[in-house]
Design a protein around this ligand. Structure first.
Ligand SMILES: [Zn+2]
Length: 236
C-alpha cells in the first residue's frame, strides 16, 4: 500500500508534531487496551477511505473513573469499529474533552433520562462534525424494569439548536459495571441511535433493546450511512 502516513493522520486532524498512532489514528486515550490483541493500521486506513464517523468523547468527572475505565472505553471504540464496519462505517477522529466535578454539578451520576438530556444541552464537544459521546462514571436509570446503560439521540447535526443532542453512556449502571467485552455493543448501539436508528425487535440485531447481538440489516446500514454526521472517505 503506497500511502503517506502524513496524509492518513491529516484525515483525522492529528497534530503534525508528536502524533501517536494509538491516540490519533485509533482514538485510544490510554494506550492499547489489554486483551485487544493487535490493531491493524491497514484496516483503519481502509475505513478512513470509506464513510466514517468522528467522535467528541466527553469524560465527565474523570476523577471518579475506575482504573480500567479508559481501557474499557478503548476496547469499546475498537469493537464498535468492527460492528459498524459491517455496514461500511468507520470511526475516524476521536477527540477527548473533560468536564470537572464543579462543572458537572452532579451529572457524574445520572439518575434519569431527563438528567442525561440536560447534560447534552449544557455541554458539547469542540467539533460540529463529530458526534458527542458523554462518558459518565455512573448511569443509574431503570426503565420498564431494566437497567439502562446509556441513551442517545441526535436529531440534527447542528449541535447548538436542539435540546438533546448526543449520547450519554455509563461505565457502571444499577446492575454493576459495564465490562470491557460489553462496551463495544453498548457504544455501537448508542451510536446507532445517534445515526437515526430506532429499536428493532430482531433477535441478534444491534438495535434490539436489551439484547446482546451486533448484526445489522442492509437497510439499517443504508440509513446510518445517509446520516448527516457521516463523513465522506478521505482520498489517499
Ligand atoms: Zn437503545
Amino acid at each position: 500500500m503506497d500511502v503517506s502516513l502524513r496524509d492518513v493522520l491529516a484525515c483525522v486532524d492529528a497534530p503534525t508534531e508528536e502524533a501517536s498512532l494509538l491516540r490519533h489514528l485509533f482514538g485510544f486515550l490510554d494506550g492499547r487496551p489489554v486483551g485487544l490483541g493487535t490493531v491493524s493500521v491497514r484496516d483503519q486506513i481502509e475505513a478512513l477511505r470509506g464513510d466514517h464517523l468522528h467522535l467528541d468523547i466527553i469524560l465527565v468527572v474523570r476523577d471518579d473513573f475506575a482504573a480500567n475505565d479508559l481501557q474499557d472505553l478503548a476496547f469499546g471504540i475498537q469493537g464498535a469499529r468492527d460492528i459498524l464496519g459491517q455496514v461500511g462505517i468507520g470511526i475516524g477522529r476521536v477527540r477527548y474533552h473533560e468536564i470537572t466535578r464543579e462543572q458537572a454539578d452532579g451529572a457524574e451520576v445520572i439518575t434519569s433520562k431527563r438528567e442525561a438530556k440536560r447534560l447534552t444541552r449544557r455541554f458539547r464537544g469542540s467539533s460540529d462534525d463529530a458526534m458527542d459521546v458523554f462518558m459518565v462514571p455512573q448511569y443509574n436509570v431503570t426503565s420498564g424494569g431494566e437497567n439502562k446503560a446509556g441513551i442517545c439521540a441526535v436529531p440534527t447535526c447542528f449541535k447548538n439548536h436542539y435540546v438533546f443532542n448526543g449520547c450519554v453512556i455509563g461505565f457502571r449502571h444499577n446492575g454493576g459495571p459495564i465490562t470491557g467485552p460489553q462496551m463495544p455493543r453498548l457504544l455501537a448501539h448508542e451510536l446507532g441511535h445517534g445515526l437515526g436508528r430506532i429499536h428493532r425487535n430482531i433477535s441478534g440485531n444491534l438495535m434490539e433493546s436489551g439484547g446482546s447481538g451486533t448484526s445489522l440489516t442492509v437497510s439499517q446500514g443504508r440509513g446510518m450511512r445517509r446520516d448527516c454526521f457521516i463523513q465522506d472517505g478521505c482520498s489517499f
